[in-house]
Design a protein around this ligand. Structure first.
Ligand code: NAD
Length: 535
């Protein structure tokens, strides 16, 4: 870590120092970096497939070679266990790099689409192409995944990308700033350090896409700034993700899974279950099961556990402590401001309209709100902002389906928490106040590509077009209408192959049938002949 920090120490810890956006002949550092990224993009190298692959391989190498440094940085930032960082962030990033490397040729290839009669002889396809320069603004709670996952998609799609990690996860951001230029093209994928003012300086500039992860207040500022340039945005925001425990389920298993998801990373996970909804008759069993699980996971004093993290800073520590004011915890409740430590805490019978139930907790405090039944839980969820994630624990499949149908959320996991995040085949993102746009795996590539509509035709067969040219008469207009109304036909390679195979098989069957009939007819004739002969 020291080596890395030494190298970038012109940027002193405490990013409010204006070291990053210093003016050079009236031009800020941010402006210069973005200008260089634009020029590098215009050079065209980011579009070349081999180049994209080479950059992805280099990123993969960086993660393998620097795993220990990355884990150490996160230990310093939020006391995250060295075992958790690979599980929670690095393996997921590596998987997405592998997937992009494996699929890039397929993803970037032209995609033939269905045609109608008018375009039957044309080449018609969708061509994914790069957008240009993407701004990636990351949050501090998973500083590697939240910057590198969008970056993988940006590289795969052939874009340049300016990466702005969070100033709060200071050690991780410094390390990212030191490592990325060592492995990747410095001009195409620069890292800009800084907090609110540096980010706002960046947002004054024109990008081709802004990919933001963080709270919704800043999300609105990002969208406002992007709107000035008509720049599209992806907003990966947060919110309160509900967790419903049905009385018809194995509460012990449910609580083990919930306890892990809620208290991993010290509750600072955007898709952590924010609160529990359950019927009063199961509340005490839920509390007891969580208490037992916590003992098993972190021992009698979680403060001494190597597996239990810390709150990112004093501001967030005070914010969470304030939210707990006036409650008597049924589990945990201990804290130590000198270490930004808050014990895993459970609060029971929390009133639905309390402050604790108005804002995202983003810390190790788990309120339980009681509801009378599943309908009440559904109403509770629907009366609030659309959440980023919804968790349902129940053995009743019909009821689970009903709850999914009657609610909405960015994603949903049933009988577990957060697992929908781990599959790159599923789009990850919010809805309504929890965000817009989704990513992971191919979805990131799609998000950061322009899907260009391409129709290529020759100058032959002009007679086909006569029907649409003036002077029009009834016959021509009828012909033009018929052609326009013709159904879409799938002319993709796969369909054509199937059509050829089906024709060959069909013809084969027809010939076989014909031969059988002929033989049968022949036999019949022979029979008649011999019958006549004997008669
Ligand atoms: P944060 O404080 O790190 O801010 C996010 C980014 O915005 C940082 O890069 C920061 O420098 C920048 N920023 C902060 N203030 C700014 C301002 N005034 N103007 C311009 N830029 C500014 O992160 P946070 O907001 O505390 O993150 C926590 C929130 O993020 C939670 O709500 C959480 O749910 C959400 N989150 C969402 C996801 C997701 O994938 N949906 C992932 C992680 C976190």
């Amino acid at each position: 870590m020291t080596g890395v920090c030494d190298e970038v120490f012109i940027v002193t810890p405490g990013f409010s120092a204006p070291a990053h956006s210093f003016q050079l002949c009236g031009v800020t550092m941010e402006r210069q970096v973005v200008q260089r990224a634009k020029e590098a993009f215009v050079s065209g190298r980011a579009r070349v497939l081999e180049f994209r692959l080479q950059q992805l391989h280099a990123l993969q190498r960086m993660l393998t070679e620097k795993e220990t440094e990355i884990c150490t940085a996160l230990k310093q930032d939020i006391n995250r266990s060295q075992y958790d960082t690979p599980l929670l962030e690095l393996i997921g990033i590596e998987n997405e790099i592998k997937l992009a490397i494996e699929k890039i040729a397929e993803w970037t290839a032209p995609r033939p689409v269905e045609k109608n009669l008018l375009t039957i002889s044309d080449e018609v396809y969708i061509q994914p192409e790069p957008l240009g320069v993407v701004l990636i603004i990351g949050a501090w709670n998973y500083p590697w995944a939240l910057t590198l996952l969008p970056l993988i998609g940006a590289i795969a799609a052939g874009n340049a990308a300016v990466v702005k990690p969070s100033e709060l996860s200071e050690c991780s951001s410094l390390l990212l700033r030191a490592l990325l230029p060592r492995y990747l093209d410095k001009d195409l994928y620069p890292v800009v350090m800084g907090g609110a003012s540096e980010t706002q300086e960046l947002l004054r500039l024109r990008f081709d896409h802004v990919f933001y992860t963080g709270g919704s207040t800043v999300g609105k500022l990002v969208m406002e700034a992007a709107a000035r340039h008509l720049t599209p945005v992806t907003l990966e925001l947060g919110g309160k993700s509900p967790c419903y425990i049905d009385k018809d389920c194995d509460i012990r298993v449910a609580c083990r899974r919930i306890t892990w998801g809620k208290f991993v990373n010290c509750g600072q996970t955007c898709i952590a279950p924010d609160y529990i909804l359950c019927e009063p008759c199961v509340q005490s069993r839920v509390i007891e099961c969580i208490r037992r699980t916590l003992l098993e996971f972190y021992g009698a004093d979680p403060k001494c556990s190597a597996d239990y993290g810390r709150i990112i800073n004093q501001r967030h520590f005070s914010r969470i402590m304030n939210l707990m004011e006036g409650y008597t915890p049924v589990v945990g409740g201990q804290s130590d401001p000198s270490q930004c430590y808050i014990a895993p805490t459970v609060l029971k019978d929390v009133p639905p309209h309390s402050r604790l139930m108005q804002e995202e907790i983003f810390g190790p405090v788990l309120p339980i709100v009681t509801v009378s039944d599943m309908d009440d839980a559904i109403n509770f969820i629907n009366e609030r902002e659309k959440p980023l994630a919804l968790y349902i624990f129940s053995s009743n499949k019909k009821e689970v389906k009903r709850m999914i149908e009657e609610t909405t959320s960015g994603g949903v996991t049933v009988n577990d928490v957060m697992m929908h995040y781990s599959l790159s085949s599923l789009p990850f993102g919010g809805v309504g106040q929890s965000g817009m746009g989704s990513y992971h795996g191919k979805h990131t590539f799609e998000r950061l590509s322009h899907h260009r509509a391409c129709l290529l035709r020759s100058l032959n067969m002009e007679s086909v077009n006569l029907a649409r040219y003036p002077p029009q008469d009834r016959r021509r207009a009828r012909r033009a209408k018929m052609a326009l109304r013709s159904p879409l036909i799938d002319m993709s390679k796969r369909t054509l192959i199937w059509a050829v195979v089906a024709t060959i098989i069909g013809t084969g069957l027809f010939i076989t049938l014909l031969v059988i009939l002929l033989i049968a007819a022949g036999l019949n004739c022979t029979c008649w002949y011999w019958r006549g002969f004997y008669n």
